[in-house]
Design a protein around this ligand. Sequence first.
Ligand SMILES: [Zn+2]
Length: 97
Amino acid sequence: MLVIFGFRVRAKVLARLLLICRACQRPASQAVIQRVRWFTLFFIPVIPFSRKSLLQCAMCGHVSEIDPADAAQLVEQAQAAAAEPVAAVEAAAADNT
Ligand SMILES: [Zn+2]
C-alpha cells in the first residue's frame, strides 16, 4: 500500500496595524501572521505540527517572530481600532506627542 505523507505550511494574516518597525525603525503597516506547519496525509492537512506568530513589515519586508500572547494582543488592538477608527487615530496622535 502506498502512503503519501508530508508537510505543508499555511500562513494567515490575522490583522494589520500601524507600528514602528523593529528593523527599519519607521512607522509602517505591520501584518500579524500566524504560520502553521501541518502534517499531511495524501495532501490533506491532518495534524498541526508547529505554530508561529510573526510580524511582517510592509515597508521593508522584515519578518520577526513574536510571542503568541503578543500576537493575540495586537489582533485585539487592531480589532478595537477597526471598531472605532476616529478614537484610534486620536489615541495614536496623543501617543506621538
Ligand atoms: Zn520595516
